[in-house]
Design a protein around this ligand. Sequence first.
Ligand SMILES: NC(=O)c1ccc[n+]([C@@H]2O[C@H](COP(=O)([O-])OP(=O)(O)OC[C@H]3O[C@@H](n4cnc5c(N)ncnc54)[C@H](OP(=O)(O)O)[C@@H]3O)[C@@H](O)[C@H]2O)c1
Length: 288
Amino acid sequence: MILVTGATGQLGRRIIDQLVARRGGTAGIAASVRDPARAGELAERGIDVRHGNFDQPDTLLTAFRGVDKLILVSTDGPGVVRIAQHQNAIDAARAAGIKHIFYTSFIDVAADSPAEYAAVHQASEAALAASGIAFTALRNPLYADFLPMTVAAAWSTGTFQLPAGGGRASFISRAELSEAIAAAALAPALARTVYELTGQATHDYQEVAAAVGKVTGSHVRYQPISEDAYAQSLESHGWPTWSARALASMYSAVAAGKFDRVRNDFALLVGHPPRPLACLAQELFGKH
Ligand SMILES: NC(=O)c1ccc[n+]([C@@H]2O[C@H](COP(=O)([O-])OP(=O)(O)OC[C@H]3O[C@@H](n4cnc5c(N)ncnc54)[C@H](OP(=O)(O)O)[C@@H]3O)[C@@H](O)[C@H]2O)c1
């Protein structure tokens, strides 16, 4: 039995779809969700839907019963909360006798990273290593799906601002990441503990602006700003402080080169490389 947490989330439901497609059916696939009432569509398709909340460890012991492989989708929230939630899930997995955990980690897990996200994923990978359970860290780069939100200010001002300096990152869609995650979970054996699911190339945000401009025919400009100015701007648009600060610090990590990595691990799992930025831009901005 394979169980996917966060199955009512954007990545989790795509992982379920990929598992079903690769397996040719829903047998042996389970989902744990905070609110089963939101998982009606999964249950109707034959997915074994269970209630599991990382803040309520008792629910996890029941949710993880009979599961061999756990796809642990990382949560969102303040860093200390996420670290505790992931630890609760790992502890419950051990108590339930789960044999292998596949964890959706992040490309930036550097000890000297300025990003709060890096500290979360570093702590959770360390907790997995300490658990004694076999695990695979599937380190995701930046979701391409967020590019429309990232550049949105350019539609009114011509410019989008980020504290990413001249740093480079790669982008993959959630749809493609879910293919790689499902492929890893269904593989009879894996050669590595860590897979870095990067794109084929990294890009700075001038290149992102150019790719978006080419598809839309608009002049799109990228302007670096400070981490503080960016966080304040997000807060002024209603973002909670923890979230604004965490995202801003992630872009500082981009500026510091922490996302400037290219690996072939996606192709090792899926059999072909992920789509390049020009293709993603066409899909995301082609109808703009
Ligand atoms: N690589 C990137 O660029 C990037 C960007 C954003 C986020 N992320 C990370 O990737 C994860 C998946 O992304 P996504 O787009 O699928 O996010 P999402 O749609 O917000 O999904 C997050 C999932 O985590 C579940 N969750 C939250 N708190 C939980 C708890 N206490 N117990 C059990 N489940 C809990 C949510 O449950 P509900 O469905 O009940 O809300 C949701 O299903 C995020 O949570 C975050 O850690 C990565």
